[in-house]
Design a protein around this ligand. Structure first.
Ligand code: GRF
Length: 202
């Protein structure tokens, strides 16, 4: 299977996928990353892709007249690589109708909280501020909401009294990277069906 990964920042989830595929071999893992895209340039996630010898692309909202035009341009840029599966690994933009029309049902996101709790751009900070005792990460299919799509897998992480946002996020990311590698591999090696809110991986 062909994967396109979208990033916006450090790209450690991308790196975990790259390392897993290199260690396992693309055949056994079931997939290879064919390109990495971002909504901004100059980020470590793109540098990681370049170091791995992968094609990269940048699709900036500000380069397009409207959000819809950006969404269509992103869909085009991704479609050029003919992916079987698109993975948002820390991609911090909400895609629109055009993108979902083309990749809905095969566009996976990872979120650093236990959805439906704490959706959005500050899930780690929100769980901490709320005083939750456990949080975690969620890998889910992207639908037309914000972090509302059908859940594929979740991992639990305890919140410690001494945690600040970055310490907690780092601990979540340790679980998240393993979960994403496991889920993407399963989706790549087996088919999947989405029945309402239920994800069935054969
Ligand atoms: C991940 O925790 C992801 O869930 C969140 O931002 C982080 C991205 O980390 N949206 P990285 O860029 O993969 O290191």
């Amino acid at each position: 299977k062909r994967l396109v990964v979208l990033v916006s920042g450090s790209g450690t989830n991308l790196q975990a996928l790259l390392d897993a595929i290199a260690a396992t071999g693309p055949e056994a893992y079931g997939a290879e990353i064919v390109a990495v895209g971002a909504d901004r340039g100059g980020i470590e996630g793109l540098a990681r892709a370049e170091r791995a010898g992968l094609p990269t692309f940048v699709c900036r909202v500000k380069d397009h007249g409207t959000r819809e035009e950006w969404d269509a341009a992103l869909a085009e840029a991704v479609a050029a690589y003919e992916p079987d599966l698109v993975v948002s690994a820390g991609f911090m933009k909400i895609v629109g109708k055009e993108f979902l029309a083309r990749f809905g049902g095969r566009f996976v996101n990872t979120h650093p909280a236990l959805l439906p709790s704490f959706p959005g751009a500050h899930g780690v900070r929100d769980a901490l501020a709320y005083g939750a005792k456990v949080t975690g990460c969620t890998v889910h299919f992207v639908d037309d909401g914000v972090d509302t799509g059908p859940i594929i897998a979740q991992g639990v992480v305890e919140i410690r009294d001494e945690d600040d946002e970055s310490a907690l996020h780092e601990r979540i990311k340790e679980v998240e990277r393993r979960l994403l590698v496991e889920v993407v591999g399963r989706l790549a090696r087996h088919g999947h069906r989405i029945e309402g809110r239920k994800v069935v991986i054969q």
